[in-house]
Design a protein around this ligand. Structure first.
Ligand SMILES: [Zn+2]
Length: 194
């Protein structure tokens, strides 16, 4: 989890980037007087803990948001691909094994065998959703809940509303995940013990 930088330090980096590049967005060239929001310091390598001056540049809020969205979409794609091909990223193995459908309890199996179609759908979709979410967080770290809901729903073929219920179970007090405030102030989902 990246640490938020104290204001004074952030300002020092801001000044250093401004001195090197001038106060303008690296992508669109807009300056503060042309923008509603202040310029943001972007980490070129995506590592929010890497404050090496060579790794820093200014982006306007809209270019920074667009970059974040592109990265999230790419992470989502990679997660779905690696899950589909059974290639699991480093550190994700244990989580993946724990959530694997093969570990379903006998009780669930008994309920499934006498269940209604909706229950059968849940039986198939929910473990798939759990796999996806645990794998995603294991591989890519803290993730906004709405991203997990949408990508997970797409992956397991459920309605987004159903995915939200699955995620709510996973982030309940007995679930393997919890919701915390991310570095930008918006909620993100992390593993409970992180
Ligand atoms: Zn820009």
């Amino acid at each position: 989890m990246p640490k938020r930088l104290p204001k004074k330090q952030y300002e020092a980096y801001y000044k250093a980037v401004a001195a090197r590049d001038g106060k303008e967005c690296h992508l669109c060239g807009k300056t503060p007087d042309q923008l509603v929001h202040p310029l943001e310091i972007d980490h070129v390598d995506e590592n929010k803990n890497n404050w090496d001056i060579d790794n820093l540049r200014f982006l306007c809020k809209s270019d920074n948001t667009a970059k974040g969205n592109r990265n999230r979409a790419a992470r989502r794609r990679r997660a779905a691909e690696s899950l589909a091909t059974g290639q699991v990223g480093p550190g994700a193995n244990n989580i993946y094994a724990r959530a694997h459908p093969a570990t379903r309890s006998l009780k669930e199996l008994a309920e499934y065998s006498k269940g209604k179609p909706a229950m059968k759908a849940n039986f198939l979709m929910e473990p798939k959703f759990r796999d996806f979410v645990l794998h995603h967080i294991g591989s890519f770290g803290p993730t906004p809940p709405e991203e997990l809901e949408l990508a997970g729903a797409e992956y397991c073929g459920s309605q987004p509303r159903t995915a939200r219920n699955y995620l709510a179970k996973m982030t309940s007090s007995t679930g393997p995940l919890r919701v915390v405030e991310g570095e930008d102030g918006f909620p993100v989902v992390v593993k409970r013990d992180d």
